[in-house]
Design a binder for this molecule. Structure first.
Ligand SMILES: N[C@@H](CCC(=O)N[C@@H](CS)C(=O)NCC(=O)O)C(=O)O
Length: 207
């Protein structure tokens, strides 16, 4: 099994923190997104979607979606499962992961990728070339603010988003808040529950 990653980027970080929490070590290779190495002929031949993370299994099967990689690794290394103990917990964790990706990660990406030179002609990760839409920056900022408020309600009175142990939902939420910092957002001071949850997660993640 081999993992292609770029440790500082948010989706690879979702996998990286899962591996750290569970003590998983894999052969891995960094593809430098800042240097646009994902567009190299070598990496395009490995993952034509040109995104990270990507996990290649021993038989050559390729997984190129973070959630799929996390589910797979969690099952292959079952100690300290991060996908719940019951059918209901699993469903709730998957629901949160989906929601955090859609409402959180995509809102930040909307802000980050629709302005400036770094993502010119490339507002969506992958091979598709298209123009940036500057109006999406303002909408993205509103979405981020709404996301903080919604998640403040979700974590209120809880140590973990689901059940009594840390799950992939907690990891994803923790990573997305770091990603928010890339576009100069931080947890609003009114979101006290979220701030306490975040501080505890930071300790749990050893950061
Ligand atoms: N479908 C992928 C998307 C992953 C993704 O967007 N990864 C970003 C890094 S966080 C990427 O590869 N970006 C490449 C680019 O910006 O060209 C997943 O869910 O894992």
């Amino acid at each position: 099994m081999k993992l292609y990653t770029y440790a500082v980027a948010p989706n690879p970080r979702r996998v990286g923190l899962l591996m750290k929490y569970k003590g998983i070590e894999l052969e891995s290779q960094e593809i430098d997104l800042a240097a646009k190495e994902q567009f190299s002929p070598e990496f395009s031949a490995i993952n034509p979607r040109l995104t990270l993370p990507a996990l290649v299994l021993a038989d050559g099967t390729m997984l190129t979606d973070t959630i799929a990689i996390c589910v797979y690794l969690d099952e292959m290394f079952p100690d300290k499962s991060v996908f719940g103990k019951t059918a209901l917990e699993r469903a709730q964790i998957m629901g949160y992961c989906h929601r955090i990706f859609f409402e959180g990660f995509s809102a930040v990406a909307e802000v980050l990728r629709n302005k400036g030179e770094a993502f010119k002609d490339s507002p969506i990760p992958g091979p598709l070339k298209m123009p940036q839409i500057p109006e999406l920056v303002e909408r993205g900022n509103l979405r981020i603010r709404a996301f903080y408020e919604a998640m403040d309600v979700e974590v209120a009175g809880k140590q973990f988003l689901v059940g009594d142990s840390l799950s992939q939902a907690d990891i994803d939420l923790y990573v997305v808040f770091g990603f928010c910092g890339w576009v100069r957002h931080s947890i609003p001071k009114e979101c006290a529950a979220l701030q306490s949850w975040f501080d505890a997660m930071k300790l749990a993640m050893g950061e």
